[in-house]
Write a protein that binds this ligand. Structure first.
Ligand SMILES: C[S@@+](CC[C@H](N)C(=O)[O-])C[C@H]1O[C@@H](n2cnc3c(N)ncnc32)[C@H](O)[C@@H]1O
Length: 322
């Protein structure tokens, strides 16, 4: 029932890149060299950057075989300006070492899942389509969402729903899950969450959305590896190099904000006069949101928050806030 219908889905990898104009503009001033797209997906951002900037080449990383197959096909026309590797993004440093790059001109993290992953019911990411409780981005990894919901105790499950889904009924839902075990399908789980949610909180959107997000983050260990991967990418930026991150929920964005802020300590407190000590500058304060037009055209863009950082020549620190 949950099998891929055909290989044709490789050809129809559907994902509209988010805030693509802003991201293209952000990389305009970077020196020629390699940009790492740490979340390659369908290579939407990557191919746009390759089309726009002939002085850039791109190394795309993804842990999902279907994404890599679709992206590799789209990147083939760019020859050796485009490379794709299968890895979780915390393998970024190893990949760069392997290819002999100490420094990079830029990086992009477009976090979370692609529309393709959500649309493929048999991947188990969607509460709308019935499928097995899988949710693994890397299908060779061991732990599925079924393992999580069928083995953790109520306290552990509730913690995950609270921390990764901001779910205020976390304990009730966790209790309902444990009482209904074993769970095997997404529709079973979605129904249990709906029933465990008080009627007053069932009105705004599907209440199972938060539980699905939380389980997906747990299964793929998404937040625990993010800070380390960002630090690695920031360390590798050359002077004038820039990094961009698109986050889609508060847990992700908090980590991005802290990773960037920790690099832009602009004041040397030992000095009687303000001294720029930082090697990095934020490209703007806070985060940018998509335009109203993009919001309407692409529902997936709605929650996006874009942050940018630049490695600066310390003698001229301060950033150009462009
Ligand atoms: C939002 S999509 C990226 C879409 C892409 N920017 C485009 O324009 O087509 C995120 C992709 O990153 C991958 N991904 C998410 N977390 C990852 C991680 N920790 N390591 C490697 N890939 C990851 C997912 O498998 C998915 O294909």
């Amino acid at each position: 029932m949950f099998h891929h219908e055909s290989w044709a889905y490789f050809m129809t990898f559907a994902h509209t890149p988010v805030m693509v104009d802003e991201i293209v503009a952000l990389f305009a001033p970077v020196p020629g060299g390699l940009v790492v797209d740490a979340t390659l997906g369908g290579a939407g951002h990557t191919t746009t950057l390759l089309d726009t900037y002939e002085h850039l080449s791109i190394l795309g990383l993804d842990q999902d075989d279907e994404a890599l197959a679709a992206a590799s096909e789209r990147m083939a026309p760019y020859g050796d300006r485009a490379m794709a590797r299968k890895t979780r993004f915390d393998g970024l440093g190893d990949q760069l070492d392997d290819l002999g790059y100490d420094e990079i001109s830029g990086f992009l993290f477009d976090l979370g899942v692609s529309s393709h992953q959500i649309d493929q019911g048999d991947r188990g990411f969607s509460y709308r389509t019935d499928g097995p409780l899988d949710m693994r981005m890397d299908q060779s990894s061991a732990r599925t969402a079924a393992d999580v919901v069928n083995t953790l105790d109520v306290g552990e499950l509730a913690n995950i729903l609270r921390a990764y889904g901001d779910e205020k009924h976390a304990r009730r839902i966790a209790q309902a899950i444990v009482a209904a075990r074993p769970l095997t399908t997404t529709h079973q789980l979605a129904e249990i969450v709906r029933e465990a949610t008080p009627a007053r909180d069932r009105r705004r959107g599907d209440p199972s959305k938060r539980t699905f997000q939380a389980l997906r983050i747990e299964v793929n260990d998404e937040l625990n590896i993010l800070r380390g991967a960002l630090d690695m990418a920031i360390d590798r930026l050359c002077v004038g190099g820039r990094g961009a991150v698109l986050a889609y929920h508060s847990g992700e964005d908090r980590i991005v904000k802290a990773a960037f802020r920790d690099r832009v300590d602009v004041d040397d407190h030992r000095s009687p006069v303000p001294v720029m000590t930082s090697d990095y500058a934020l490209l703007w304060n806070g985060s940018k949101k998509p335009t109203a037009e993009e919001d309407t055209a692409n529902p997936r863009a709605r929650s996006a928050r874009l942050r940018g950082i630049e490695r600066v020549d310390n003698a001229h620190a301060g950033g150009d806030a462009s």
